[in-house]
Structures are given as C-alpha cells and as structure tokens.
Design a protein around this ligand. Structure first.
Ligand code: AMP
Ligand code: MG
Length: 338
C-alpha cells in the first residue's frame, strides 16, 4: 500500500484557528495521503458545512477511484493493462487530466512525462524495495517511456498507449487536479472561502472569516516537518511543492529521489525543492515536478518566461532562485544545505 505522506506544507490558518473561530476543518486519508479541507463558516449551518465538505471529499475520492494505479479496476489501471492492445473508453475527467499533462509535457520539452510508469516501477522509490536498477533494466523501461505514445481520441472518449507494457502514472498531477475539483464542489455548495490540501497540493479560494487571505507555509527541505522557510498570504491561488526529501533512498552516499528524469531514466537531481504558485492546482502540481526535473538553470529560464507561474526553487547547494512574488521575499537558505 502506498506510504502515507506527511503534509508537506503547513497550513497555519488551520493550526491557529482550530479552536473554532469561524473555521470548519476535516481531514481524511484519500489517494494514499492526508487530505484536509478547511472552510470559512461564513453564515453556513453546521449541516451545510458537513455536506459541502462531504461533497468535496467525494470529488477527490472519484479522482482516486479513476486514476489510482493501486486500484486494479481504476480507469488508469485498465488503460495500462490495455497498453499495446486496445483503446480504453475513459471517463472525461481522466481524459481531461491526461490532456493537461500533455500540455505540460510539451511546455517542458518532455521533462514532465506521465508515461514514467515503467521507470517508477523499476526504481521502487518510496517502498522497501527501492534500489538502483541495472543499466539494462533502465534501458528497457526507457524504451516504454514517451508521452507522445499516448493517443487520446476525444470524440470516441478513449485513451490508448501504443506500446505494450507502457504505463501512465498520474502521481505528479492527480492530487492537484483533485484539489481543483474539490474547490469547485465547495463553490457550488455556496462556500465563500476555504483551502483544499491534498498533501502538498493546495488550492485556496475566497478569504478567512476575518476577511484576510489564507496563510500557507513552505517546508524547509532540510528541516524537520513544520519548519518553514517562508509564509505567504494566498487567495484564489494554488500552491504545490515537489521536493527531494519526500521519498528517496541513499546508496553509496548518493541521494536518489522519487522524481524521474524521463530522458536519462535516473532520478532528477540539482534541486532540493520547487514550489509553484498558479491559478490552478493541476498546473502548480505538474509544473513543480517538471521544473524539478529540468534542474536549476533550465527551470529558472522557463519560469522567467511564464509570469502565470510564480516559482521558488532551492538548489542542491542551498541557493534560492525566485520569480514573481517570491522575488521580493526574504528567504533564508535552508540550514544544513551545501
Ligand atoms: P510530485 O511529488 O508531485 O513531484 O510527483 C512525483 C510523482 O510523480 C512520482 O512519485 C511519480 O509517481 C511521478 N513522476 C516521477 N517523475 C515524473 C516525471 N518526470 N513526470 C511526470 N510524473 C513523474
Ligand atoms: Mg507534482
């Protein structure tokens, strides 16, 4: 079973207002991680808040049921089982998410690639079996990787992986997508403000009961959980962090993390963490992973060209690279870096 991840980003709004001053908070375990929904009560009855929260969790559960690779009957598992055999009729949400992923693949020259499934399986990072695969195994896995081998037929509503044995892994985008879907459900239920946090993939909307923005902290990549390097006020914005500290193993003194470079077949290196702000959570989530793969130089150049993204990166040596609102912030390099 997928390891339950700790919350990567601390929600100060939740921590500081758990005494009941205008907030409703609920946490469940979905998608192998903690999902926390925090709502501005804003004149709603308790029953209305309970219903809104349940509706939002149901949207997240739907994403999990469709896109988990741990559920054999999920749409995604069945697309993968049918690789090289036949197109699979997929739910429109799966198709939308795969098309979003392709957009990010194109934008990042293939650094983001949801067909990394065979590589993820070969390395087993995050499980007890994590190891450095043989060059032959990596070569075989790499031969199955390539986002252009995904054929989406929107009219027919099908997804086809052209190579037998290829597999899609939506681990770098589905949690963000789920946060977006949950926020839509909350708005539909008339909630005026809230935060949906699928682990470190967070969507904020509206304001807190006192009218101020939500406050989100960014984890120090080399500090204990909850030790933050920055706090920022957010509203109607998504934030996501990808870090080398989330799932990794060390072999012969070398740190191997769970984010794969689809061009080399090895875990990406050069950065400790990448935090992205964007309007939508699927974009913040996927771009966090993609920039991590690109490494400091290429990622920074790309981020500068995309003002719709605001990016904070900490390099392997502890250097801080920032765009957008992060530029004006005083961010101390993490202790222990270098
Ligand atoms: P995140 O923690 O959001 O950066 O997502 C990392 C997860 O996404 C990994 O555990 C893999 O399941 C998957 N993944 C790894 N490398 C890539 C990549 N280059 N492109 C897309 N997904 C990836
Ligand atoms: Mg991601």
């Amino acid at each position: 079973m997928k390891k339950i991840l700790c919350l990567l980003v601390c929600l100060f709004a939740v921590c500081s207002c758990s005494g009941g001053n205008g907030l409703y908070t609920e946490t469940r375990v979905i998608m192998g991680t903690y999902v926390t929904i925090t709502l501005n009560r804003s004149g709603k009855t308790n029953d209305e808040l309970v219903k809104a929260s349940a509706d939002a969790f149901a949207r997240i559960t739907k994403v999990d049921d469709l896109m988990s690779t741990y559920k054999p009957m999920s749409n995604l598992s069945r697309i993968n089982a049918n690789s090289g055999i036949a197109p699979f009729p997929a739910d429109p949400e799966v198709i939308e998410n795969i098309q979003d992923a392709s957009y990010v693949s194109r934008l990042t020259g293939g650094a983001f690639d949801i067909t990394v499934g065979p590589l993820v399986k070969a390395w087993e990072i995050g499980s007890k079996g994590a190891h450095v695969p043989s060059p032959g195994t990596i070569k075989k896995a790499l031969a199955l990787v390539g986002w252009r081998n995904i054929v989406v037929d929107k009219k027919a509503g099908t997804v086809f992986l052209t190579k037998r044995g290829a597999s899609i892994d939506l681990g770098a985008i589905a949690k963000g997508y789920a946060s977006d879907r949950a926020a839509v459900a909350l708005l539909e239920d008339g909630i005026k403000g809230g935060i949906v946090a699928c682990a470190g993939d967070i969507k904020t909307f509206g304001v807190k009961p006192d009218g101020s923005a939500w406050t989100v902290g960014i984890q120090n990549p080399r500090g204990p959980e909850g030790d933050v390097i920055a706090k920022l006020p957010l509203t109607d914005t998504a934030i996501s962090t990808s870090g080398d500290y989330e799932r990794f193993f060390i072999k012969d003194g070398k740190h191997y993390c769970h984010i794969m470079d689809p061009h080399t077949g090895y875990p990406a290196s050069g950065l400790m963490s990448v935090t992205v702000l964007a309007k939508d959570s699927w974009l913040a989530d996927s771009m966090g992973t993609a920039l991590f793969v690109l490494g400091p130089k290429k990622a920074y150049a790309l981020a500068l060209k995309h003002p719709e993204l605001e990016v904070l990166m900490i390099t392997d040596s502890g250097k801080v690279l920032a765009t957008g609102r992060f530029r004006g912030m005083k961010i101390a390099p993490p202790a222990g870096a270098g």
